[in-house]
Ligand binder design. Structure first.
Ligand code: 13P
Ligand code: SF4
Length: 363
């Protein structure tokens, strides 16, 4: 059947989308699997077959048998699904505008320039293991694959950093300075042994001496959602609720992580609060959709969940995946058309897979 244009979907209500999404899913049966990140909005999350944080979703993408993987997340996650799935499977992102602003803070040209500049003052291949957070484009994962590097996620960064240090004495960590700093701190690395690499300054804004002294170079990148949380919000919560417990995602800044009782990935946040004793009260520093869903789910056990910030902060790019785009994607699939396939070029995919497989095979 001819390609169905999105024009006819934009004006549909969520309720109209619901019946069409359910009908398309019935027609497609096992031909499609829907993977959903924890930050996905409720109107989309309800259709998920499988949910998780980025580590869990990358494993699920490698394990599923379905020929079509519709990824309700952001672009780098759909790329990982394409890289880790079999060649005959297709990863689909319902809206190509669903990117990750943090991932966009590093690109291949800038990372290659950094690598070149580091090479001017030391033997870079022997001195640095490049470690990329999974929140990065496929070509940066390929860069890591090619240069003995590795991918990490927010749930395994410590494990991956230990593996990286076993190989070479220093780490170049991109693109999230906060995850890198928190990971290094937990390994006992002093803050002044972790230097920020500013990709827009010559030699990252550092001297050759500072680079030689550093154990970790932290790319100057961050998440625009998690930068909304601060220690003042934690102090105010503790003053009002001295019995309250604070949990934060490691993309939050160092002060927030240091002041929290627990720091961990979205999966860890969900698990910790679901398994907590009844009657507990939580302050959560991560994206609002996750926090609101969790608050609803644990309310029957008399647990109270507060959002850390007093202003709304959502992952606006993840919000691009809405019922309208999902209906359009699934009805096209049912009609035999694949819209928005995510296809990583084969050479890049092979090298990126190397860096991802190094991560997934870490014990
Ligand atoms: P998780 O690995 O915890 O799912 O985090 C991914 C992410 O993008 C958080 O902002
Ligand atoms: Fe990227 Fe931040 Fe959104 Fe996570 S919350 S996907 S890091 S922009």
């Amino acid at each position: 059947m001819a390609l169905l244009s999105f024009d006819a979907y934009g004006a549909l209500s969520d309720a109209e989308c619901e019946s069409r999404i359910r009908a398309a899913r019935r027609r497609l049966g096992r031909e499609v699997v829907l993977l959903c990140h924890h930050y996905q909005r409720a109107e989309v999350y309800q259709y998920a077959d499988l949910t998780g944080d980025s580590l869990k979703l990358s494993r699920l993408a490698a394990e599923t048998d379905s020929p079509n993987i519709v990824f309700c997340g952001v672009h780098f996650m759909a790329e990982v699904a394409d890289i880790m799935s079999r060649p005959e499977q297709t990863a689909i992102l319902p809206d190509l505008a669903a990117g990750c602003s943090m991932a966009d803070m590093a690109n291949l040209a800038k990372v290659e320039r950094c690598w070149r500049e580091l090479g001017e003052s030391l033997d870079v291949e022997a001195s640095f293991t490049p470690v990329t957070y999974i929140n990065s484009a496929a070509d940066l994962k390929a860069f890591c694959g090619e240069h003995g590097g590795i991918v990490c996620t927010s749930s395994n960064a410590g494990l991956i950093a230990r593996r990286a240090f076993a190989q070479r004495p220093r780490i170049l960590f991109f693109p999230d300075q906060h995850l890198g700093r928190w990971t290094g701190h937990n390994m006992g690395i002093a803050l002044d042994e972790m230097q920020i690499w500013d990709p827009d300054l010559p030699l990252g804004g550092l001297t050759p001496e500072a680079i030689a002294r550093a154990k970790i170079l932290l790319w100057k990148g961050h998440c625009s959602v998690h930068q909304m949380f601060n220690k003042r919000q934690i102090d105010a919560f503790r003053a009002r609720h001295p019995e309250g417990i604070v949990i934060a995602h490691p993309e939050c800044n160092f002060e927030v992580c240091a002041a929290a009782d627990y720091v961990g990935s979205t999966e860890l946040i969900v698990k910790t609060i679901k398994e907590a004793p009844t009657g507990t009260r939580w302050l959560v520093g991560t994206e609002l959709n996750l926090v609101e869903r969790l608050a609803r789910e644990v309310a029957p056990q008399n647990k109270t969940v507060h959002f850390m910030s007093d202003i709304i902060c959502m992952c606006s790019t993840m919000q691009r995946i809405d019922p309208q785009h999902l209906a359009w994607t699934l009805e096209n699939l049912a009609a035999g058309n694949t819209v928005n396939p995510i296809v990583v070029p084969p050479h890049e995919a092979e090298l990126a897979k190397l860096a991802l497989t190094r991560m997934l095979s870490c014990p």
